[in-house]
Design a protein around this ligand. Structure first.
Ligand code: UD1
Length: 430
């Protein structure tokens, strides 16, 4: 099993290039099969979740050509089955986007109930409510979600919570329904806007993405397009908090600074210097980091997907911070791992009281999920001594060439696959 091994204590310095947004890309590649014409998608991140979804799409007959590492050509003209029964798909949450895409195009879809990161119970009742409002019958049978409609019609849908997945899924299906759909209380995340822009570039008629209300005029057909995915806000934030935790100086490039406002504001409160450019942000860390309060919230609030990373930095701040998680109930599983590195964090319900310690010390830890794994890497980079992170397959779901990008910033970090490689690193760096 692959592991990361890190010799910490070196400030990250230099420039890092951010890739395409994983969570936008997952929805966009699923939506690409909604036309029979060929769609070209650029700035696609080369990460495990994306590759699994592309394979699942091929299983049902989509033609997928990886033109290069970050570009795919997708043709959904010969989709045979509307039922996705691909073993690995259960492991990725976003497999549910195939429901909206297939239901919209073929009025029929069958997809295994999604898995994904174990960060709490993750119901999909809002997706189902939306599909039903559009005229589909939805049943959960044998671990599958089966959705079917004679025809889809426009509807007025009010979401009980600002769910990213439900907003995107309903938006996809409604794009090819008869008539007008209004979805209220929708998610406003940058990737919701990106998916709407993508669908519009295929001929859909979606207005209001990025606001509380999305209005959709259904169209009969979608057509070819070429589309470049927005930069990954969470990957960018991860490097920003890594810069802060190591007291480094990092220029995070190829991003949309507006999407980073939550992270930038917190880093400023923590005493870092933030310089904003057109498509980059420079983070200069300053010791000691100052404590702060953070509460995760739907966009434009502080993203839940950056909660473990900021907590990893705050655990070595000079004072006590409060981290409140308001989206998922099980997102503090990294706390016990950080404790092994010397952190002093007490979890009370959905709040973590983070009592800053002077430093982390390297230890062997295990990634409990994707973003928590990234947080452990941040701690390892800041720690004194050597840290080994197990279960990095979680991290590889969402970070492309993570260790290479860190190494580009001067980190001593390797991805190893054997005891021999591990010992070699220790011998070289220890
Ligand atoms: C997406 C992201 C994930 C991120 C999350 C919140 C993808 C592939 N994943 O997940 O990385 O952490 O947004 O920004 O894009 N809920 C319901 N019923 C539903 C749907 C959601 O109760 O039908 C609840 C969830 O349990 C959660 C909240 O709504 O408490 C937000 O979830 P949602 O925005 O849907 O998250 P995902 O789309 O699963």
């Amino acid at each position: 099993m692959e592991q990361y091994i890190i010799k910490g204590g070196i400030p990250l310095v230099g420039e890092v290039e951010i890739g395409g947004a994983k969570n936008a890309a997952l929805a966009i590649i699923a939506a690409a099969i909604m036309t029979d014409e060929t769609v070209i998608i650029e700035n696609l991140p080369d990460v495990r979740d994306i590759n699994v979804l592309l394979e699942a799409m091929q299983e049902i007959g989509a033609n997928v050509i990886r033109v290069d590492r970050h570009t795919a050509r997708i043709n959904g003209g010969k989709i045979g089955a509307h039922s996705v029964d691909y073993e690995f798909i259960k492991k990725i949450r976003a497999s549910y986007y195939l429901l909206g895409a297939l239901l919209g195009k073929y009025k029929e879809a069958s997809v295994p109930l999604p898995g994904g990161c174990n960060i709490g119970s993750r119901p999909i009742d809002q997706h189902i409510k939306g599909f039903e409002a559009l005229g589909a019958t939805v049943k959960i049978e044998g671990g599958f979600i089966n959705a079917k409609a004679d025809y889809l019609h426009g509807a007025h849908i009010y979401l009980d919570m600002e769910s990213v997945g439900a907003t995107i899924n309903i938006m996809m299906a409604a794009s090819m329904a008869d008539g007008n759909t209004v979805i209220e209380n929708v998610a406003k995340e940058p990737h919701v806007v990106d998916v709407a822009n993508f669908l519009n570039s295929m001929g859909a008629n979606i207005k209001g993405a990025g606001t509380d209300v999305i209005r959709i005029k259904g169209v009969k057909k979608l057509h070819r397009t070429e589309y470049s995915i927005i930069p990954d806000q969470i990957e960018a934030g991860t490097f920003m908090f890594a810069a802060a935790a190591t007291c480094g100086d990092v220029l995070v490039k190829n991003i949309i600074p507006k999407h980073m406002e939550g992270a930038s504001a917190k880093l400023t409160e923590m005493g870092c210097i933030i310089e904003e450019y057109d498509d980059a942000i420079r983070v200069i860390g300053r010791k000691p980091l100052r404590p702060t309060r953070v509460k995760t919230a739907p966009y434009p609030g502080f993203p839940t997907d950056m909660q473990p990373q900021i907590a990893a930095a705050l655990a070595i701040a000079d004072g006590t911070s409060m981290v409140t998680e308001s989206i998922f109930e099980n997102r503090f599983k990294y706390v016990d791992e950080l404790a092994r590195m010397g952190a002093n964090i007490k979890v009370e319900g959905n709040r973590a009281v983070v009592m800053g310690v002077e430093k982390y010390t390297g230890a062997r830890v295990s990634a409990p999920d994707l973003r928590a794994g990234a947080a452990l890497v941040i701690a390892g980079l800041a720690a004194e001594g050597i840290t080994i992170v197990d279960d990095i397959h979680y991290v590889q779901r969402g970070y492309e060439r993570f260790e290479e990008k860190m190494k580009g910033l001067g980190a001593k970090m390797e991805r190893v696959d054997s005891e021999k490689e591990l010992q070699l690193f220790k011998y070289r760096e220890g």
